[in-house]
Design a protein around this ligand. Structure first.
Ligand code: GDG
Length: 736
């Protein structure tokens, strides 16, 4: 049975030591809750750091046994690793950079080394533990190298990755000195999930620009497989929050907790009292100081609300070892003191400040008693607090003020949306929230509740796992047609047996790799050797069939013993023969088109024009990848009008746009070639879609092979030009 292996930096349970005894308590975190049902039903295991450093093997063993009952497997980290991998690379490099706090980002080689080391440790634990074909779901920014290590060592495992924080724009991501390694690490996955479309498109853009991969909608095309990118906005256990809110509110006042009674007493202290709630981990990304300044501005601007409104500021201790977090705490406390000092009275504190974590029940009491939630992070991957606040509003009364820099703002469009940096607009939003009619509150809360209820944490988890399953089916289709050792053996035996054989081979991308400039793709010694051997086999015709111009082809292969078909079939040179034009044409049409193409070269740095007898080609392989693709579309649109009624057509190749005479393609060139000849072995290999014409025209019994992972009508696939060379070499190798 396929199992699910969940991997995150921290396990869903906490290990603690008291009175020399280890004990475990479940963690109430969203991820742990959401995956609980999977964790139980799929005989799954959760791999992660138990949150405690122990010195002895004996202690480690005790913890291991304790965790086994919870289906958890610990990865033990020593203090040095925690310092450099966790506080260092994860929280002082990736965390600030991915949240756009470049000025807080620390780049240190020791951090990077520890990150690699710990990622290897996690991967090693997974690899050793996983059974064949298990599914592995890796979480978050601490483990971005793990997917690739797993894929390299255990290609049988299905790997999913989810990033819980934002993925920054390419312009920010490119700052990271280890950017390529991080991207490559994550791309080891079959499916990569993000909270929002923006994060997904930033990731895709970085993969395209930094690693040069082609992208088709939400698929990144790696050489050997496709990686799927999708959006799964994480949610909460809606029922759990709502149930607890009902339970708390239905209790008679005298039976409520002491904290809840304190809140009740405070609200009843004055007839129109309102409570604004702010809950976050104490983190600079949450925008706590700007939020406090906005609240101060509100009290100054709308002074009639003094003594009517209090802000409950719950900040949860986080990363207390990091200096930045300590100084932020001091700054917040100074601001709270200064605001309370400026406006407070004997009966009223504008800000009620807590620096601690509250038990779940107290948290729900706060949510359900508050009138407004003021959540204004400067950047936040999602922000689950916003969804939790909405879920507890059982009477449909309450207003959410939400920063438009959070992932949650994409889903909660009915909230009052603010730019957290704009103090004036945040303070006006507080005013607007205080004056919102009951009907409007009811309307907006109900809509948001419906949405969160429908796509709750269980749905989120199951959608991800389901999508991961689907990626496997798509990959399987390609893998099933991949050239295998068995197939090569059959091919070789058919080739040897055959009396009369022909091989149609494309050049660029098939026999040779792509270069920035087409002229640079000169055939190398190894290639000549392979081709010469094939051409020398008795009763064998080798046909190089390419979009290349005839002069270049002639220069490279004119003296060789092969047939050459150039310019997609416009020219043919039989072996030892002369070049013949298959369709003679005038070339006046080029005069009109060259200036158009030149204007594209001027506006697209790195692009260039190539002139062939029957066509004009605009190459953009060296141009900025996104600008090139955009201009390619623009160019096709521009030219389609000019070439109307001119017997011309547009071909879109691999990073090229070619305008050529119609009625000529590799398919009809090969078809003509086969006329009046009798071959009992036909093979064709090609990499781009101009080769599809060729595959299509060949007799059904031919062996057609596609290079790369794109869709094709060819019967078989190989990964790259190196595999093609290897295949050709094997075909002609003498059997021992
Ligand atoms: C990261 C991303 C993304 C808070 N105070 C108490 C308490 N909490 C709970 C809340 C909520 C969770 O902590 C906080 O989640 P957030 O989503 O708001 O923020 P991060 O911790 O920064 O989480 C974030 C998230 O991952 C998930 O992908 O949304 O963007 O930064 O569940 O309820 N829980 C208890 N007492 C408290 O005092 N019991």
């Amino acid at each position: 049975m396929q199992r699910l292996i969940i991997v995150s930096n921290r396990l869903p349970v906490k290990v603690q030591k008291s009175k020399n005894q280890f004990g475990i308590t479940p963690s109430a975190g969203g991820l742990a809750t959401g995956l609980k049902s999977y964790h139980k039903s799929h005989d799954s295991v959760w791999i992660g750091w138990p949150g405690i450093s122990v010195g002895s093997a004996e202690d480690e063993n005790t913890i291991k046994v304790l965790l086994e009952k919870e289906h958890c497997l610990p990865v033990f980290l020593d203090n040095k690793m925690i310092e450099n991998y966790y506080h260092g690379f994860s929280n002082a490099t990736i965390w600030p950079l991915f949240h756009y706090f470049t000025e807080y980002t620390i780049f240190r080689a020791t951090y990077w080394r520890a990150y690699k080391e710990v990622n290897l440790l996690f991967a090693d634990r997974i690899i050793k533990h996983a059974d064949k074909n298990d599914t592995v779901w890796i979480h978050d920014y601490q483990l971005m190298l793990v997917p690739d290590i797993i894929k390299e060592n255990r290609p049988d495992l299905r790997v999913g990755f989810f990033l819980h924080i934002p993925f920054p724009s390419f312009e920010v991501f490119r700052i990271l000195p280890w950017r390529e390694q991080i991207l490559k690490g994550v791309l080891g996955s079959d499916l990569i999930g993000f909270h929002t479309y923006d994060y997904a498109r930033h990731f895709i853009s970085s993969a395209k620009r930094l690693l040069g991969f082609d992208v088709n909608f939400n698929q990144i095309k790696l050489e050997k497989r496709h990686v799927y990118i999708d959006v799964f906005p994480m949610s909460i256990d809606y029922e759990k929050f709502q149930r607890k809110a009902y339970e708390i509110q239905s209790k008679p006042i005298q039976e409520r907790s002491k904290e809840h009674q304190d809140i009740d007493r405070f609200l009843l202290g004055s007839p129109n009292r309102k409570l604004i709630l702010s809950i976050d981990r104490l983190d600079y990304t949450k925008g706590l100081t700007v939020r406090l300044r906005a609240f101060r501005h509100f009290l100054r601007k709308y002074s009639e609300y003094r003594e009517q409104v209090s802000l409950v500021l719950l900040t949860v201790p986080s990363r207390v070892e990091v200096e930045k977090y300590q100084s932020l705490k001091r700054e917040i406390e100074e601001l709270v003191g200064s605001i309370n000092g400026e406006f407070g009275t004997l009966n009223w504190n504008p800000i009620i400040y807590f620096y601690r974590s509250l038990p779940f029940a107290n948290l729900i009491e706060l949510y359900s008693s508050s009138d407004i939630a003021l959540l204004t992070p400067l950047r936040d991957g999602m922000n689950l607090v916003a969804k939790e606040f909405i879920a507890t509003k059982t009477n449909h009364k309450g207003v959410l003020i939400l920063s438009d820099m959070t992932g949650a703002s994409k889903e909660l469009g009915e909230a009052i949306s603010v730019n957290p940096y704009n103090i004036e607009s945040v303070s006006d939003a507080i005013y607007e929230a205080l004056n919102m009619s009951d009907e409007e509150q009811q309307r907006t809360i109900s809509i948001m509740q419906e949405r969160i209820k429908r796509y709750d944490i269980y749905k989120w988890a199951s959608e991800f796992i389901e999508s991961l399953g689907k990626t496997e089916k798509k990959q399987a289709e390609y893998q099933a047609r991949k050239v295998s050792d068995d197939f090569i053996r059959t091919l070789k035996s058919e080739f040897t047996k055959a009396q009369s054989k022909v091989l149609f081979l494309d050049y660029d991308g098939t026999l040779q790799k792509f270069y920035d400039h087409p002229k640079a793709a000169i055939p190398d010694k190894e290639l000549y050797e392979i081709l010469d051997i094939i051409a020398s086999v008795q009763q064998t015709e080798l046909v190089l069939i390419s979009g290349r111009d005839k002069d270049t082809f002639n220069e490279w292969f004119g003296d060789q013993n092969y047939t050459l078909i150039a310019e997609h079939g416009a020219w043919i040179k039989q072996r030892e023969g002369k070049w013949k034009e298959r369709k003679s044409v005038h070339s006046d049409w080029k005069e009109n088109l060259i200036p158009v193409l030149e204007s594209y070269v001027d506006r697209t740095p790195g692009s260039l024009i190539e002139e062939k007898t029957h066509s004009l080609v605009w190459h953009y392989r060296k141009a900025d990848i996104e600008l090139g693709a955009l201009r390619a579309l623009e160019l096709q649109d521009d030219i389609s009008n000019i070439i109307l009624n001119q017997d011309l057509e547009i071909l879109e190749g691999n990073k090229v746009i070619e305008i050529k005479i119609t009625g000529i393609n590799k398919g009809n060139a090969a078809f003509d070639y086969l006329q009046n000849r009798n071959f009992d072995f036909i093979m064709a290999i090609g990499d781009d879609w101009t080769d599809e014409y060729l595959f299509q025209e060949l007799p059904i019994t031919s062996y057609t092979i596609k290079v790369g992972t794109d869709k094709s009508i060819a019967k078989y696939y190989v990964d790259n030009y190196k595999d093609v060379r290897e295949l050709l070499r094997t075909l002609t190798k003498k059997s021992k």
